[in-house]
Every structure is written in structure tokens, then in C-alpha cells.
Design a protein around this ligand. Structure first.
Ligand SMILES: Nc1ncnc2c1ncn2[C@@H]1O[C@H](COP(=O)(O)OP(=O)(O)O)[C@@H](O)[C@H]1O
Ligand SMILES: [Mg+2]
Length: 359
């Protein structure tokens, strides 16, 4: 095992009654990274976090933290403080007492508590605010207190379960930036749970996408966005157009596929191992399509504009293609120009991503 790996999950399974909630989770997490568990409600994110922290016993598999098998260790011996979804700071306690809480529970000597709390507050740049109460601080500062509370325990990993879900949109964005900058400054390893794809894309070094208790894909935000491996991932992250195609020829890292009702062909780069005759899906983001631009690429289909929506930086068009297929096209920086009626949609081959049909 590489020393960079801090958390190693091997075939982790968790069952609640008849409900197989975590299915064969294999995942390695490197030291000093911001990892996000992303997926819709009910897909098992909290269950996995609680299993890592030791609040749930897993039914099968192994959890290794920093080279140690922790399956049989209670939460306080795992060093993974968890910030719960519904959890805020204790409102009736000062910043100092909030941060000291975990050490007080462990009955550490007073001098040690003083020293460690001061050090943790200095790390998150809150020195001097020890006697404030949470409601006397900004949202960003409160998040720093929550981080100090985890830091004071010298935890190797900090687990955050949708910590921003109770904040309004503007504050959420502010605290997001704050959280990411603390993590980077201090080189912390953070596992962050969210169902919000924008939050995941904007904060993470790696995103792990969950689908009904299994990992569908993990990778950098760019990989997840531009190279989704399943329709589920492509659908969950951002907006995507899909069109069926059939592989007609393969050569090295390229595949020539046939698509659309008039049987057009296009050659694409792909790292997927596809076979001639295989049915695949082509995935094209709305921002990668152009309307009535003859030089905008070799992928061509026709569509009829059914409606459009002005969104400020872009105009979003809804079109109907052959066989009733719906297309979404985002037009940027086109001023007052509008498209109507039947248009030609084009995309460059390198903007088209191929997905194998696995289900
Ligand atoms: N303590 C529990 N007892 C029984 N079922 C549970 C328990 N916790 C979670 N579940 C079930 O496990 C599944 C995953 O839940 P959870 O991990 O909370 O998902 P998420 O955090 O992704 O929304 C759900 O079907 C949920 O009902
Ligand atoms: Mg949850």
C-alpha cells in the first residue's frame, strides 16, 4: 500500500434488514485531498461515512485508516470526527468551549486543553475570538470553528456530512470557499458528502459518484464532467444530450460510429474497449453544440426549435430532433440573435463522448 493512501476501503458491504445499502465499496483515499461523496438522497453516503467513523459496523469488508485495520475500533479510537448534517455549533457555548468539547469528554488535563484549543484556533485564524458565541460570528467563521473542533482532536481525516445544507445560497457559497481554503492551507484530508453537483465540482480534488449504494465512478471533477463512464453519471452531473449510435469500425483509441436517422458516421477518440456492431450512447453537452454554423464540426443533426430561455450569460434552446428526440443547446455571447424553426446542429468530434451501454 502506498504511504499516500490514508483511507483504504476494501469490499465494504452494509445491510439494513433486507436493504443492501453499501455494495462492494472499494476505494482508496490519498492524504491531503478533498474528496466528495456525491449522489442523490438515499444512495448510502451517510451510511458509508458513519461506517468509516465507526458508528455503524459493516457486514463485510475492511476499513483501513493510516495503515491500521479499524473494523473493530470504536469511533473515539478511529480519530475521524464527523460533522453531522443537522449539526451546528453549540449555541450556548463560547468558541473556546465549542472547540474544547471533544477534549473535555476525554477528560484531558486543563493545561493541555488550553494549549491544544489555542493552537487549533490559531490554525483556522480565529485567535482572539475565543469568548464569542456562535451567533456573534459570520457563517464562514462558524465553519472555521467547526473545523477547529475537528483539528483539535488531531484527526487524520475530517468527515463532513452535508454541512452547508441548512445555509442559504449566498452564505453557502461563501462558506464553501472558506472550507476549501482551510483544507488547502492546512493540507487536511477531508471527506465531504453532498447531493449538490455544483458543490462537488467546485470544491473537490476527487469526486466519488454513488448509485444505489455502489460507486459508479470516481475521478477528478473534470474527468467526471467530461468523461462520465455511465449514463447515470452523465445525467447526474450537469445537463447532457444523448443519442444512440452503433460502432462500425474501431482502430486503436478511435471508433467510427453511425448515428441519426440518415445514418451519418463520425470518428471519435475513446478509451472504452468497444466492438464493431455494439450499441453505444453519444453524449454531448449543451455548450458543445452550435446552431447553423457550417464550420462547427462533423457531427450533424437537424432540429426544430420548440422554445428558448434567456439566462443572462447564455440562451438555452430546447429543440426537437428526429423521432421526437429532445436537444438542449446553450448559445453563449450571441447578443440579441435568436434561432427559430429548423436549424442544423453541429458539434466537433472531440466534444463528443462515447458511453457503453451497461444496464
Ligand atoms: N439506521 C438505519 N436503519 C435502517 N435503514 C437505514 C438506516 N440508515 C440508513 N438506512 C437506509 O439506507 C439507505 C441509505 O441511506 P443514507 O446512507 O442515509 O443515504 P444518503 O446519505 O445518501 O441520503 C436508505 O435506503 C435508508 O433508508
Ligand atoms: Mg445523508
Amino acid at each position: 500500500m502506498s504511504t499516500q493512501v490514508l483511507l483504504d476501503l476494501k469490499n465494504v458491504n452494509k445491510v439494513f434488514g433486507e436493504n443492501h445499502v453499501l455494495k462492494h465499496i472499494d476505494l482508496q483515499i490519498e492524504r491531503g485531498k478533498f474528496i466528495t461523496f456525491l449522489g442523490p438522497s438515499g444512495c448510502g453516503k451517510t451510511t458509508l461515512l458513519r461506517s468509516i467513523a465507526g458508528f455503524y459496523t459493516i457486514d463485510e469488508g475492511e476499513i483501513w485508516i493510516d495503515g491500521k485495520l479499524v473494523n473493530d475500533l470504536p469511533p473515539y479510537k478511529r480519530g475521524t470526527p464527523m460533522v453531522f448534517q443537522e449539526y451546528a455549533l453549540f449555541p450556548h457555548m463560547t468558541v473556546f468551549d465549542n472547540v474544547a468539547y471533544g477534549l473535555d469528554i476525554q477528560k484531558r488535563p486543563e493545561a493541555e486543553v488550553q494549549e491544544r484549543v489555542k493552537a487549533a484556533l490559531a490554525q483556522v485564524k480565529l485567535t482572539g475570538l475565543e469568548e464569542r458565541y456562535p451567533n456573534q460570528m459570520s457563517g464562514g467563521q462558524q465553519q472555521r470553528v467547526a473545523m477547529a473542533r475537528a483539528l483539535v482532536m488531531n484527526s487524520p481525516i475530517i468527515l463532513l456530512d452535508e454541512p452547508l445544507s441548512n445555509l442559504d445560497a449566498k452564505l453557502r457559497e461563501e462558506v464553501r470557499v472558506e472550507l476549501r481554503s482551510i483544507q488547502l492551507e492546512l493540507g487536511l484530508t477531508v471527506i465531504y458528502v453532498t447531493h449538490d453537483q455544483l458543490e462537488a465540482l467546485s470544491m473537490s480534488d476527487y469526486i466519488v459518484v454513488f448509485n444505489k449504494g455502489a460507486i459508479d465512478q470516481h475521478g477528478t471533477p473534470h474527468e467526471i464532467y467530461y468523461k462520465p463512464r455511465t449514463r447515470y453519471v452523465a445525467d447526474f452531473i450537469g445537463t447532457t444530450n444523448f443519442i444512440d449510435a452503433v460502432v462500425r469500425q474501431t482502430s486503436g483509441q478511435t471508433a467510427t460510429v453511425q448515428y441519426g436517422s440518415d445514418g451519418r458516421m463520425i470518428t471519435l477518440h475513446t478509451s472504452e474497449q468497444v466492438a464493431v456492431g455494439e450499441n453505444v450512447l453519444l453524449c454531448i453537452r449543451p455548450e458543445s453544440l452550435r446552431m447553423n454554423q457550417p464550420n462547427a464540426g462533423d457531427f450533424i443533426i437537424e432540429g426544430t426549435v420548440s422554445s428558448s430561455m434567456f439566462l443572462g450569460e447564455k440562451e438555452r434552446y430546447f429543440l426537437t430532433g428526429n423521432h421526437g428526440a429532445e436537444w438542449i443547446v446553450d448559445a453563449y455571447d450571441i447578443g440579441q440573435q435568436t434561432f427559430q424553426g429548423t436549424v442544423e446542429l453541429r458539434a466537433a468530434a472531440d466534444k463528443i463522448h462515447l458511453i457503453r451501454i451497461t444496464e
